[in-house]
Ligand binder design. Structure first.
Ligand SMILES: [Zn+2]
Length: 366
């Protein structure tokens, strides 16, 4: 059985095979039997009484640990000095990873990861939580989406040890940490000058991913496999149950979006049976299979003034706002070509032809 197949069996079996355990020793036996875990794979074959090893650091069962990705202070290490937080449960269970700050300006996700981790009681936890707090650490410090070489780290996975800076970082993160995850939540916000309603993005064609996405339990789920080279897409290709949480705007901390993300992380932990909390699930009608941007039409640039708001439900022909040409004083109405929900939008700003103004999502059957 390949590593990929093994992890897939594990993920698909969590809900059916991995239930409450009376003791850690018996728990491991029941868990292995229930999940189809194969010794030597992922977290399955670990001796749970021994410390958990990651990046050369050890974390005892029932405790938390915080350290740097690279344990040195060299000039070179500054590329990869993301903080790594580990919570090792007292009892066996899956490994859930949180990835934050791949885009350095997307701060809500960093705070979601920090607060969600802070709330974990490792003594009550089943399994392991690994939080990579600021993968593009330099970008988080400087408010920059990209790396210093202007590359997008989230198009560089799984990376290679002999590639660009982005590729080297992606390779180190992917090979040393991500491959040890059974499930992954990648935490993002909208990009520059845009805002997203809190939402999960997930490959709905993968049943395990769809199921976990719905059990994030807040907001909506929008379908899509993610671009090539994205952490989420490449993790899914490696058999990891990977989803993205998107909420709010870059370069700021937004309490509601952070709080909903934090609750979502804990809902996923409940879904994976890592805690005793009750699992939450959104209804089927909050899952959208389709999405697209309504853009400024060719020749209709100017100042964008939206009238719609995040989360609005709109019909075909509804006005979403207008683009005003300040030289001609001509106003162009922005009209929705589809019926659906506004899941993201540009903030008021000057725009040129083709600029994405309003991001709509809708059901396949509509
Ligand atoms: Zn992002």
């Amino acid at each position: 059985m390949s590593n990929k197949q093994c992890v897939r069996v594990t993920v698909a079996s969590w809900r059916s095979g991995y239930r409450r355990r009376p003791s850690a020793g018996l728990a491991l036996a029941l868990w292995v039997a229930g999940t189809g875990f194969v010794p030597g794979m992922a977290s399955s074959a670990e001796d749970w009484s021994a410390p958990y090893e990651l990046l050369g650091r050890e974390t005892a069962p029932g405790t938390k640990n915080k350290f740097q990705f690279i344990d040195d202070r060299s000039f070179e290490a500054s590329y990869l000095n993301t903080p790594v937080f580990v919570a090792r449960g007292a009892a066996p269970g899956p490994t859930l990873c949180l990835a934050a700050g791949i885009h350095g300006d997307e701060l809500n996700g960093v705070e979601v990861a920090r607060r969600a981790f802070a709330q974990i009681d490792a003594k009550e936890l089943r399994g392991t939580v690994i939080a990579l707090m600021a993968i593009n650490a330099e970008g988080v410090r400087t408010g920059n989406r990209y790396l210093s070489d202007r590359r997008d780290l989230n198009r560089s996975f799984p990376g290679s040890a002999g590639g660009s800076v982005a590729s080297i970082i992606a390779n180190a993160v992917f090979s040393k940490v991500i491959k040890r995850c059974d499930a992954l939540i990648d935490l993002h916000t909208a990009s520059n000058n845009r805002a997203n309603v809190p939402q999960i993005r997930a490959d709905l064609s993968n049943p395990a991913i769809r199921d976990m996405a719905m059990h994030f339990g807040v907001g909506i789920v929008v379908g899509g496999a993610g671009p090539d080279g994205s952490l989420r897409g490449e993790a899914a290709n490696a058999g990891i149950t990977a989803i993205i949480y998107e909420a709010g705007e870059p370069l700021r901390f937004e309490e509601e979006q952070i709080d909903r993300g934090m609750r979502g992380v804990h809902n996923v932990m409940a879904f994976l049976d890592m805690t005793d909390e009750a699992a939450q699930k959104i209804p089927d009608d909050r899952v959208y299979q389709r999405s697209r941007w309504v853009r400024a039409k060719s020749g209709q640039g100017g100042f964008f003034f939206p009238t719609t708001r995040l989360g609005d439900m709109v019909e075909v022909g509804d006005s979403l706002g207008s683009v005003l040409d300040p030289l001609t004083d001509q106003a162009h109405d922005v009209v929705s070509p589809i019926a659906g929900e506004v899941i993201g939008m540009a903030v008021p700003q000057p725009v040129l032809s083709g600029y994405g103004l309003v991001h709509m999502a809708w059901h396949d059957s509509d």
